[in-house]
Ligand binder design. Structure first.
Ligand code: NAG
Length: 545
């Protein structure tokens, strides 16, 4: 085998495939002469084949040839004609002469590729023996999301692509891209140039937990529409859909800075240098606000091909609206009354969200919002993202709406990973060790099967108030993203010890990619340590690579 050593693959990967059946025979020897073949004319599989070649180069040093004329042996064969109800399902068969990955669609093939790639235990200049096997696999949930806040801190396009690579490694198929907030507007909107000219810049950032002191270090940055399209394509090539979020009517200081007439008081407003919930929000009594929403969403829909567009809806205080003559006039004009569904200001928020939803529907799109969109009445067909626990999600499911579960107590990756406050980088608060993420069960036991069918999936969120660098974003994501992946994908009963045992091989992939991760979550053998282990021990272990 060309004088190279040979490592043996292990199918104990993350997320755990649904069924792994040992085959007979010797297995497949991957060497420099192995070919990767795709059906002639199949562009999607050609792209998948090239990605596979890249992954294999990274783990073995071999630069395998990609071809559309399949040799009889020594070949990794990609197909997408498996059939089957789940478009993301695949069968991976390893024999002596070939490996075949057949998906129900190119996406299914891509997940078979991920499994194959992750079965290589370490990055080395080596051949690989893949033991004979048949793996039959498909995801538990169709929506497997990860959210990335690029407003509180800006991350350049290359970092977003690296984030997308991390998602691919974890079989995640949705990037929820949080593009706007009080601390910065990050997407070019041609009809409103002020959004990025003024709204994407702040003069500094509060030090620590809203200490009242500021660092005076400017933070700025935004994505041009071309850059956004390039990122969407990069994600699509990895079978990932980008869902943009324009957070409204609260969390809007970025926009108010540029267009103060959109606020109830008329401003002036500043791009916020601190964290939390601002009283200043879009004025819901002003016709220009509705025009603004339409104009922004029109461009968003033009850039992003996703079926769903996220319009936020979270944390919109009603103080300004209660005192604003225009908002009160609007409430009268619409005949909004307080009732068991909410106050009249909450009804007004519901009116704004209905407006956005109707606009998106007119463009053939559907709306997602945070669970606050339940207040004052849900827009028809709205998808609810349940973040303040699961209650909002359960209520929405009972009313027949689709739901994405992202309860903060299990899936907010901006929370601390350990109890060690001295040596962990500063975080927003909370305590969310990887074991707790792993323990999350997205289908609440008290829903009927019909209601539970509305829970379309699971997502973890990365808010970046306390995450100024991409290396730290990786640190907060990893290894928790591995636990998330198993919650999203695997149907097998949970077994944390077994999961921890599969982690070292995953870490080899983190290392091969140069990802930063929370090393002190692992002991020398690479097994996850319970957080009760004293920090002294963890620190000592973290120095062992
Ligand atoms: C919430 C806010 C978010 C903030 C995060 C921090 C949602 C939907 N809203 O207060 O803006 O960054 O928590 O954990 O999460």
């Amino acid at each position: 085998c060309g004088g190279r050593s040979e490592q043996t693959a292990s199918y104990s990967v993350i997320p755990l495939p649904q069924e792994v059946k040992e085959g007979s025979g010797e297995g497949f020897h991957l060497t420099a002469s192995t070919r990767i073949a795709y059906p002639a004319g199949n562009e999607a599989l050609k792209n998948d084949a090239e990605l596979l070649a890249g992954y294999l180069r990274q783990m073995t040093g071999h630069d395998l040839k990609v071809t559309d004329s399949a040799p009889a042996s020594d070949v990794i064969l990609l197909r997408d004609d498996l059939g089957g109800a789940n478009p993301e399902g695949y069968v991976l068969t390893v024999g002596d002469a070939s490996i075949e990955i057949n998906g129900s669609s190119a996406a299914g093939t891509f997940y078979g590729i991920q499994t194959l790639r992750k079965s290589i235990p370490q990055a080395a200049q080596s051949n690989v023996l893949f033991p004979p096997v048949t793996i039959t696999d498909e995801p538990r949930f169709a929506y497997r999301g990860a959210h990335f806040d690029v407003s509180r801190h800006f991350f350049p396009a290359d970092s977003v692509k690296s984030f997308i690579d991390m998602l691919a490694l974890h079989n995640i198929n949705i990037l929820h891209w949080h593009l706007t907030d009080d601390q910065g507007w990050r997407l070019e909107i041609k009809s409103r140039p002020g959004l990025t000219e003024l709204g994407s810049k702040r003069g500094g950032t509060v030090i620590g937990h809203n200490s009242g002191q500021y660092d005076s270090i400017p933070v700025e940055g935004f994505y041009t529409q071309d850059e956004a399209r390039d990122i969407i394509k990069y994600a699509a090539d990895r079978h990932i859909t980008v869902i943009p979020e324009i957070d409204l009517p609260g969390h809007m200081l970025g926009a108010l800075k540029a267009y103060p007439y959109l606020g109830c008081t008329g401003g002036p407003y500043e791009v916020w240098q601190q964290w939390g919930v601002s009283d200043d929000v879009l004025c819901a009594g002003n016709d220009s606000t509705y025009k603004f929403i339409d104009d922004v969403l029109a461009e968003v829909v033009d850039i992003f091909p996703s079926e769903y567009i996220h319009v936020g809806g979270d944390e919109c205080p009603k103080t300004r609206w209660a005192a604003c003559p225009k908002c009160q006039a609007k409430i009268r004009e619409l005949g909004l009354k307080a009732d068991s569904h909410g106050t009249k200001e909450e009804k007004l928020q519901s009116h704004v969200i209905h407006h956005a939803s109707d606009f998106l529907a007119s463009k053939g799109r559907k709306m997602i919002g945070w669970d606050e969109i339940l207040e004052g009445g849900l827009a028809p067909g709205a998808v609810v993202m349940s973040w303040r626990g699961e209650e909002g999600g359960k209520e929405a499911a009972r009313r027949g709406h689709d739901v994405i579960m992202t309860p903060n107590s299990y899936l907010y990756f901006d929370y601390y990973q350990t109890l060690d406050r001295e040596n962990e980088p500063i975080a927003i608060g909370g305590y969310l060790p990887v074991e707790r993420v792993y323990s999350y069960e997205p289908l609440p036991a008290d829903l009927t099967p019909e209601e539970a069918a509305h829970i379309k999936g699971v997502q973890a969120n990365l808010w970046t108030e306390y995450i100024p660098t991409f290396a730290q974003a990786q640190y907060m994501e990893l290894p928790r993203m591995a636990a998330l992946a198993e919650v999203q994908w695997s149907k097998a009963p949970k077994d944390y010890k077994a999961f921890a045992g599969r982690m070292p091989q995953m870490i080899a992939h983190y290392d091969a990619n140069g990802y930063n991760y929370a090393r002190h979550m692992f002991n020398v053998a690479g097994t996850l340590t319970p957080d009760s282990v004293s920090h002294a021990i963890m620190l000592e272990l973290s120095t062992v690579d």
